[in-house]
Design a protein around this ligand. Structure first.
Ligand SMILES: Nc1ncnc2c1ncn2[C@@H]1O[C@H](COP(=O)(O)OP(=O)(O)OP(=O)(O)O)[C@@H](O)[C@H]1O
Length: 356
């Protein structure tokens, strides 16, 4: 297929930099997931790669083809897929063949490929369903059929699972991974969902305000975020951050509450201690592992989440969220001692927010 290389890609509109100096190198056959909050510029970046918007400056290469030399819809270089943007009229079959025809396929080839693609994703029997009455999951599958029936060199997927319930999302992620494995098409996928990103991304890029703040493997972005901005942007609920001071016995809050955490003590006297909600657990009395941290949490609310319980509370004046497998036996207003293993703690510079 083809590697995708973005060099200093910038897009301005009405003097606003919507995409700002983005550089990324996506290896041939990889999935790069662009993640970030709403309005970060993800969709705009995909449209630039698809050739649907003109670059203000910079360069995009897909394999040997430089950005200026292709036009969307006229060849098999890049295709942007947004399941929510299927045409309003017609049935799923029309949506799939229409997409292939727009890429320049002759009618017969488009019809053959559409059926092949629909069978490959298991919606062959649904071809006559009106788009307007198809479920979000069926539309997503139709969009995938359209993409994978004849994969372009670069596939650009904009929020492909938007609006789907969690169970359907999981199934469609697996489907997408399978299609990706079989086709090997280099893919950029934009999503706000951390689970999509972790499940699908060979390469992750965190975007905010038009810029790529950090990019790399899940290990880099999720396990070792470069600074507190990336740490808070990637992960849901976001990483807890507490301002701490180091003394002889470990890290403490300003009111003197000792949190342990001797394993992450650095030369810095003041720092931010970070811990992800999913890395916290109920700490049985006196069982803190060496170097780990403990958090005496005053519980405000316990919320049932998908397969877990979210405990909202605070440690001193600082809000803390924990994701626990089981509902803790604690009343609202009660105290819960939570722990985190040494290797799941993060430390960031108090001033710059950079990882220590
Ligand atoms: N043609 C345009 N003219 C002016 N502003 C634009 C244009 N297109 C996008 N924007 C603005 O640029 C920013 C980025 O938009 P974009 O849709 O790329 O973000 P996004 O990260 O995909 O968000 P979401 O996850 O909500 O889809 C937004 O503030 C948007 O309002």
């Amino acid at each position: 297929m083809a590697a995708i290389t973005l060099t200093s890609v910038t897009f301005e509109k009405a003097r606003a930099r919507i995409v700002d100096d983005v550089s990324l190198a996506i290896p041939d056959g990889a999935i790069c997931v662009i993640t970030g909050p709403t309005g970060a510029g993800k969709s705009t970046l995909l449209k630039l790669v698809a050739g649907q918007l003109p670059l203000t400056s910079g360069e995009i290469e897909i394999g040997e083809a430089a950005r200026q030399s292709w036009r969307i819809g006229r060849d098999d270089i890049a295709e942007l897929i947004d399941p929510t943007a299927l045409p309003a009229r017609g049935n799923l079959y029309d949506a799939i063949t229409g997409g292939l025809r727009a890429r320049g396929l002759k009618r017969k080839a488009a019809q053959e490929d559409a059926l092949k693609g629909a069978d490959a994703v298991g919606i062959g029997a649904l071809m006559s369903r009106r788009i307007a009455s198809a479920s979000s999951g069926e539309r997503a599958l139709a969009a995938f059929s359209r993409a994978y029936a004849r994969p372009p060199r670069a596939l650009l997927l904009d929020e492909p699972f938007a609006g789907l319930p969690p169970a359907r999302r999981t199934a469609l992620r697996r489907e997408l991974r399978r299609l990706q494995r079989e086709s090997g098409v280099t893919t950029i996928l934009a999503t706000q969902d951390t689970e999509d990103a972790l499940a699908l991304g060979d390469l992750l890029a965190v975007m905010d305000a038009g810029r790529i703040l950090s990019s790399g493997s899940a290990e880099t972005i999720y396990d070792h975020p470069a600074d507190i901005v990336v740490a808070r942007l990637f992960g849901a609920p976001p990483m807890n951050l507490l301002p701490v001071r180091a003394n002889q016995t470990g890290l403490s809050l300003e009111d003197g509450t000792n949190l342990g955490g001797t394993s992450v003590m650095t030369k810095a006297t003041f720092a931010w201690l970070g811990v992800r909600p999913e890395d916290l657990f109920v700490l049985p009395e006196g069982s803190l592992s060496p170097g780990g941290a403990k958090f005496p949490v005053t519980v405000e609310e316990v919320e049932r989440a998908n397969g877990s319980f979210l405990v909202h509370g605070h440690v001193g004046p600082h809000p803390v969220v924990a994701r626990l497998a089981e509902r803790p036996s604690v009343e609202v207003g009660g105290r819960l001692m939570l722990g985190a293993r040494a290797e799941r703690l993060h430390m960031f510079d108090a001033e710059t927010g950079a990882r220590l």
